[in-house]
Design a protein around this ligand. Sequence first.
Ligand code: DSN
Length: 436
Amino acid sequence: MSTNPSEVAGSMDGFWHDDLATADPEIAAAIANELKRQQDKIELIASENIASKAVLEATGSVFTNKYAEGYPGKRYYGGCDYADVVETLAIERAKQLFGCNFADVQPNSGSQMNQAVFLGLLQPGDTFMGLDLNSGGHLTHGSPVNMSGKWFNPVSYGVRQDDERIDMEAVAATAREHKPKLIICGGTAYSRVWDFEAFRAIADEVGAILLCDMSHISGLVAGGAHPSPFPLCDIVTTTTHKSLRGPRSGVILWNDEKFTKPLNMAVFPGLQGGPLMHVVAAKAVAFKEALSPEFKTYAHRVVENARALAASLEENGLRIVSGGTDNHSMLVDLTAKDVTGKAAEAGLDRAWLTCNKNGIPFDTRSPFVTSGVRLGTPAGTTRGFGPTEFRKIGELIAKVVDGLSKNGPEGDAQIEEHVRAEVSDLCANYPVYPHE
Ligand code: DSN
């Protein structure tokens, strides 16, 4: 029997490939198809965007190989010199971008950043308040199926039935009654400006910590197109891949040093091990982009485009929840058309318009069916669409919905074919990665 390791294990020749297409043609083909999907269809999912090539390059960098448990200057592994460089840059840029004193850039996701706030500042069973999922809140803000709702005691607030806006009087009354330790503002399907001053007054009155999860609007906050939660909120969390246009990840921000130890310790070693340093590097890149004057223009354009889309949808017979939008997103109520959100999502996808079904306030249908769709403008704005294009998109959406209204879930094949052609023209004029 041979004792030569290379004979025992076989040759290593061909183990390394210079490109993915040779190393793994199936995955390379799926990635190429995904790029084509993003190019050929119009992305209207309000929580998605098109990250820059620089962000993608950092995400795919050699930091994938590196363990860096700990924080800059205090690591549990050797060889962290450059990990420290990227993490320090990410922290400094995040602080500059959002005007705060401290940042933890290690949370791997939106869910983990919020878990860290719960782990660091609450005890199991503690009472907290968040926007009800049915009014546009997020799973991690107290849904009974999420850890926040299972291990803590959530009390929710909602929107008024008549104008579908958050009822601050009711928020105050609920806070007085339940004395929450934490109040969360921010949501995933709420298209109106958040009144941080009113939330601050309520939090002060009942002695609660005020957390803003600004994941949906953080790009708008960065660009000055929505009021900043700082300095009014104690802690601010945000994902980095929505309107902020970075890699898929999360960040925690705060001002008062008393939160530093509990929050840092909750992220590591409380919840996570080695940070995803390639994603931390990409976050630093995204923050630099968001600090640019061009990003300010982008953020304002996102809102202008959302208003144009909402106006066009209304002019074409569709009702927008709360009568319009102040941010990047809107909920379309399909009840009067007798079309479900599920059917609309499928019909619009056949017409190459990508969106998600979404419950509307006081929805009587299940979350798997729903009476609405949620639409957003961050991705379309990144590829260059302006109000003219979004008004056109509003007309196209209304046509598809009318086809569904007349024919049921199969929709009108002729209309959908016509819309696909119009979508193709728009997409051809605005490539997602122009220099690919
Ligand atoms: N799933 C995200 C959204 O679409 O809003 C929130 O985490």
